[in-house]
Every structure is written in structure tokens, then in C-alpha cells.
Design a protein around this ligand. Structure first.
Ligand code: SAM
Ligand code: SF4
Length: 350
């Protein structure tokens, strides 16, 4: 049984086939497959100040019109429904680039749960302190290369020095342990896995490699081109001794290994070749107020419309529960009928 904050009774349903009726009185975000979501990913903007080639085209994307974005007050209200009524215990802010949202420190301050952000780090130099003062717990910074020229080619912006400055600022502001996220691409940066781990060890950052997923706006992902978890582990093993981390993984997407006997660790998120859907504890909210049950969902549940039409917190909570009840058992990337979601990663919130 998953623990939830005091006062929120949770009925965990027995696994059932799809189409099972949702039992009355269910208060948490349970689905029909025995999972309960307690971890909320909130996209606060779909805009970005980088143009990573595996994420979006050079010209950017048609951004959401500002009137469609939840205001800071609306976001805070929806998050409070999740943390207050639905048993959400952890909120991660993402995007797009979450540090582009001016109200982020105020949103973090108003969030009644553990908080973290996933960021490209460009603006951390100036925002690490205000965010730490607002109560932010942790940061994940995306870093795919240590080489400034490669960084320029990969993100289409010459900003690697800003990422390094952001990392230093995060540590100085006490946002530790800082985690690094790396996506490897064949023939682009896949030779850098050991160097990135060495860099992380040297600075006390926790590095996690993420398998590239079919979520790019350009639909350029190909399974055969993707650098797999097995290849990443083989590359790391050429320089380090990796042993399975004995600590419990829980719902965490990363499988972790002790590096050279520990205590340092490295993680690999094998979303495609080692899916962890059976243990997923996530629910997602887009910047325009849509609930998604999965990164790969092809349907969304609108909370913004009801919110603006005067729905109560209980009404919003009920819509969210109903959405989560219909969460599919897995992402189905390996299914020949797999359909990439219409929205790209930057609009869903990675
Ligand atoms: N802009 C922020 C950043 O880059 O950290 C937050 C949003 S970004 C979409 C979140 C994470 O998703 C980043 O670590 C990024 O590298 C990763 N990402 C983006 N597109 C991806 C893809 N197609 N497959 C796997 N990871 C991806
Ligand atoms: Fe921006 Fe993050 Fe996408 Fe890169 S991965 S373009 S930093 S949203």
C-alpha cells in the first residue's frame, strides 16, 4: 500500500482489465492497473531558449498563445488540488524551459509538496538563489556534451558556459544533490559517456543517461539509431566498474549502478528498451491546463475550461481521478500500432 499524506484515505484497486468501473470513494490518483500517481510533472511553459536537435526544429515551434496558458494563480490552484486532495507528494516543474516563466519562484513557494525542476540551466546563474529561497528542493540540469562546439551544434546556441555557471550557482545555493540528464545520439555525442561521468564524479553531480524517445517535434526518431541503455552501460564499463545499486528503485525511472564500488552512482533511464511503466507513479499537467496520464498519451483531460467556468476544487479533483483511472498499462513504443503523440516533449513537459 502506498502511503499518502494524513487525512487522505487511499483505496488501491486490484489490477483489472480496461473498462473497469472506478470504485466510489477512491481519493488518490489510482488507475485500473494497480498504480497510484503521487508524482506530478508540471510544464510551466512550452517555450525554450535552446533548440536541441532531438527536441525541436531550429525555428522553434508555434508557442501556445498566452491566453491559453494557466496563469500563476490558476497553476497554483490546480497544483494545490493535486497536493491537497489527490495525494500528490512531489511536484517537478519542467517545460519547455521552466526558468523562462517569470512567476516560477512564487509558484514554487506556494507548492505544498517536495519540489524540483528539470532545466537546461541557462538561467540558473541568476535564479538558483531565489528558487532555493522559495523552497525548491532539487534541480536536474540537462547536459549532453562538455564540448562548446558540440554544444553549439546540438542546441543551436553557444551557451555551454552559462550551463556550467548555472551548475555552480545551484550548488552554491544548496540545491544539492544536483542531477545531470544526458541524451546520447549516435555519431553526435555517444563517445562522451565516460567523460560525462568523470565530470559528474569530479563535481559531485549525479548523472543519468536517458534513452532518446519518439517525442521530437520533427518526428526524426528512429529505433535503430537510438543509443540503447545496453550500449551506454557498455561504454561506461570501458572506464568504470559498475555494480547494481542495492537500494530500492521504487517508482524511479532510472536504474542505478554504483560506480567503482560507490558511493557515487550513475543512472540509466531506459524508457524504450527497459520500460518501467508497471511501476509508474506519474501524472502530468501541461502549461495550458491539460492532464496527461503519460508522456505518450494521445488523449488529454482539460482542467482549464472547467476551472475558468467556475469548477470547485472537488470538481477538478474528480476530473483528474477519472483521467488517471483510464491510464494505459504501458507506452506501447514497441507496438506496431504505436502513434507518437501530437504534442512534442517540449509542450508536454519532459
Ligand atoms: N528544457 C528543460 C531541459 O532541457 O532540461 C526541460 C524540458 S526537456 C523536454 C526535459 C528533458 O527531456 C531534458 O533532459 C531533455 O534532454 C529530455 N528530452 C528532450 N527530448 C527528448 C527525447 N526525444 N527523448 C528523450 N529525452 C528527451
Ligand atoms: Fe529546450 Fe529542453 Fe527541448 Fe532542449 S530539451 S530544446 S532545452 S525543451
Amino acid at each position: 500500500m502506498v502511503a499518502v499524506p494524513l487525512g487522505i484515505p487511499l483505496v488501491r484497486p486490484a489490477p483489472a482489465g480496461s473498462g473497469a468501473v472506478r470504485p466510489a470513494g477512491l481519493s488518490g490518483l489510482a488507475d485500473q492497473h494497480g498504480r497510484v500517481a503521487t508524482d506530478l510533472r508540471v510544464s510551466v511553459t512550452d517555450r525554450c531558449n535552446l533548440r536541441c536537435t532531438y527536441c525541436m526544429p531550429a525555428e522553434g515551434l508555434p508557442w501556445l498563445p498566452s491566453g491559453e496558458l494557466l496563469t500563476d494563480g490558476e497553476l497554483i490552484r490546480v497544483i494545490s488540488v493535486a497536493t491537497g486532495l489527490l495525494g500528490v507528494r512531489e511536484v517537478r516543474f519542467t517545460g519547455g524551459e521552466p526558468l523562462l516563466r517569470p512567476g516560477l519562484p512564487a509558484i514554487v513557494r506556494a507548492t505544498g509538496a517536495r519540489t524540483s525542476i528539470t532545466t537546461n540551466g541557462l538561467r540558473l546563474g541568476r535564479l538558483a538563489v531565489p528558487l532555493a529561497e522559495a523552497g525548491l528542493g532539487r534541480v536536474n540540469v540537462s547536459l549532453d556534451t562538455l564540448d562548446p562546439l558540440r554544444f553549439g551544434a546540438l542546441t543551436r546556441r553557444d551557451r555551454l558556459a552559462d550551463v556550467f555557471a548555472g551548475l555552480r550557482a545551484a550548488v552554491a545555493a544548496g540545491l544539492a544533490p544536483v542531477k545531470l540528464n544526458t541524451v546520447l545520439m549516435r555519431g553526435v555525442n555517444d563517445d562522451e559517456a565516460p567523460a560525462l561521468l568523470e565530470f559528474a564524479l569530479e563535481h559531485g553531480y549525479e548523472l543519468r543517461f536517458i534513452e532518446q524517445m519518439p517525442l521530437d517535434a520533427q518526428h526524426g526518431w528512429s529505433r535503430s539509431e537510438m543509443v540503447t541503455a545496453a550500449e551506454i552501460l557498455a561504454a561506461l564499463s570501458s572506464r568504470f566498474t559498475l555494480t547494481p545499486d542495492p537500494s530500492a528503485r521504487g517508482g524511479a525511472p532510472a536504474e542505478t549502478w554504483l560506480v567503482d564500488g560507490g558511493p557515487a552512482k550513475v543512472g540509466v533511464i531506459g524508457s524504450v528498451t527497459r520500460p518501467f511503466c508497471g511501476d509508474c507513479d506519474r501524472t502530468r499537467l501541461t502549461a495550458d491546463g491539460q492532464v496527461r496520464t503519460c508522456l505518450f498519451s494521445v488523449t488529454e483531460t482539460d482542467l482549464r475550461g472547467p476551472l475558468r467556468a467556475g469548477a470547485s476544487d472537488d470538481d477538478l479533483a474528480e476530473l483528474w481521478r477519472e483521467a488517471m483511472w483510464g491510464k494505459l498499462p504501458g507506452h506501447g513504443i514497441d507496438d506496431p500500432a504505436f502513434l507518437q503523440p501530437v504534442r512534442p516533449m517540449s509542450a508536454i513537459g519532459g
